[in-house]
Design a protein around this ligand. Structure first.
Ligand SMILES: Nc1nc2c(ncn2[C@@H]2O[C@H](COP(=O)(O)OP(=O)(O)OP(=O)(O)O)[C@@H](O)[C@H]2O)c(=O)[nH]1
Ligand SMILES: [Mg+2]
Length: 450
């Protein structure tokens, strides 16, 4: 991808809206915009971070829209280049016309993500921040947005920084011992190296392990609601969703196919699956639906088996509960608890989809099963990217090899290879360490003075 030229794109979603924004970034941003827009004054007086009124004209000079431009002067802009945003009225034809005119006037159509790529190339943000901006745009719950916003502010690199520092110090210590062995620099002892290595290895492993929770925040999980016909699965589904999405009737066998919708539980996106009631010996349509219920159960991260609290537990209920428990994580809800209680199931949560009783407890129980204990309170102390997790694991393995090598008394030259192997994946997350970084550290921390 070329850099240094001026790019343009429509930054708001395509479709009608109150306003739509075309963004231009690059050294010629202002000059190109001047060629396309008509300003009240002959020459617009560009003031950074302030707005100006202008007209968008077509090829014949007819005004097609009144627009507002905002100028962000380099380097204090999103891309760190000169940026002009043109706020048009949000008619797709107008936005497309503005973009075409800008391209005729010398701008290039931006590739997807190119504005953020430029922010990265120009050093305004690092890679985890760029990834977080993508996550922020994709957020479906406010909690996801909050975590992504923290990462966009640089929380991932901030967490990695002390680990990288410790690793670089250890590398510098060993390098100094090798390079200046005859200059009275004592060679670090195995105890000293292990004393530094062990907490580092633990910190890297802990951050990698935090992905178990981060993945949940990032991707959410799937909950299948299963049970006999008419026990109130669809009613519970609607309750958890807080909207009347699935059809509810008093006739058993109402739901024929899997209905899925995403809800937010404690800020974690949950894909809820409402399924056809499970019973034997039905018509073709219904038995096909039942097949899908079993499939949904197999695919889900958690199965909620619903039983009818106003009736005796049937052998079918029991079979289903057993099957669900064998398959994976399972919760049992005794619905219709507003009616006369019949079922005495010690592990079942009494709920009523009709009155809403027990629904909050059910939500909490779902979260408790899926979310690793106590993690929900944590703010940003975890990673949400698979790429980061894999790189951290790689780094952790190299550190563990370094630890073994130290215990075996393997020469420091070899040990350093492991340490550099541990540094490389961290560099791949946060940005490269240069040879100078290490040299400076050797010279500054050891006062060699030669
Ligand atoms: N009293 C009472 N009735 C309920 C409750 N939940 C659901 N019902 C009623 O039970 C009947 C069946 O509800 P559904 O939600 O359609 O049940 P389902 O399990 O989805 O049924 P199928 O789709 O046929 O398998 C409806 O008449 C609901 O109004 C509840 O908590 N209390
Ligand atoms: Mg149903």
């Amino acid at each position: 991808m070329r850099t240094g030229d001026t790019i343009a794109a429509i930054s708001t979603p395509l479709g009608r809206g109150g306003i739509g924004i075309v963004r231009v970034s690059g050294p010629d941003a202002r000059a190109i915009v001047e060629r396309v827009l008509r300003f009240p004054d002959e020459l617009p007086a560009w003031m950074p971070w302030s707005a100006m009124l202008a007209s968008l004209v077509d090829a014949d000079g007819h005004v097609v829209d009144q627009v507002v431009t905002t100028y962000f002067a380099s380097p204090r802009s999103y891309t760190a280049e000169d940026v002009v945003e043109i706020a048009c009225h949000g008619a797709p034809v107008v936005l497309r016309h503005a973009l075409e005119r800008l391209c005729q006037a010398g701008a290039r159509l931006a590739e997807p993500g190119e504005f953020t790529l430029r922010a990265y190339i120009n050093g305004r943000i690092d890679l985890p921040q760029a990834e977080a901006i993508r996550d922020l745009i994709d957020a479906t719950t406010l909690y996801q947005a909050r975590i992504a916003a923290q990462q966009a502010e640089g929380s991932v690199s901030r967490r990695l920084k002390p680990m990288k520092e410790q690793l670089l110090e250890l590398i510098a210590l060993l390098e100094a011992g090798i390079d200046f062995a005859e200059d009275d620099i004592s060679v670090a002892s195995a105890e000293e190296i292990l004393r530094r290595l062990e907490p580092l290895e633990a910190a890297v492993a802990a951050l990698a392990a935090s992905f178990a929770y981060g993945k949940l925040v990032h991707e959410g999980f799937t909950l299948a609601i299963v049970g006999r016909p008419n026990v109130g699965k669809s009613s519970l589904f609607n309750r958890l969703l807080e909207q009347d999405r699935a059809i509810v009737t008093a006739i058993p066998g109402t739901t024929r196919d899997v209905v899925s919708e995403t809800a937010s539980l404690s800020g974690i996106p949950v894909k809820l699956l409402d399924t056809a009631g499970i019973r034997l010996g039905q018509d073709t349509v219904e038995s096909l639906g039942i097949e899908r219920s079993y499939q949904a159960m197999a695919d889900a991260d958690l199965t909620l088996v619903v039983v009818d609290a106003s009736q005796d537990l049937t052998p079918e209920d029991e079979t289903l509960i057993r099957r669900a428990r064998k398959d994976g994580k399972t919760l049992v809800a005794a619905n219709k608890s507003d009616l006369v209680r019949q079922v005495e199931l010690p592990d079942a949560l009494p709920v009523s989809a009709r009155t809403g009783a027990g629904i909050e407890e059910l939500r909490q129980a779902i979260v408790n099963i899926v979310v690793p204990e106590g993690r929900l309170e944590q703010d940003g102390g975890f990673i949400t990217s698979l790429r980061h997790e894999q790189l951290l694991r790689e780094s952790g393995e190299a550190l563990s090899q370094a630890r073994t090598a130290t215990s075996l008394g393997i020469p420091h030259e070899m040990l350093l290879l492991d340490l550099y192997a541990a540094l490389r994946p961290i560099d791949a997350i946060t940005g490269a360490t240069s040879a100078d970084d290490i040299l400076n550290r050797i010279f500054s921390t050891f006062c060699i003075g030669k």
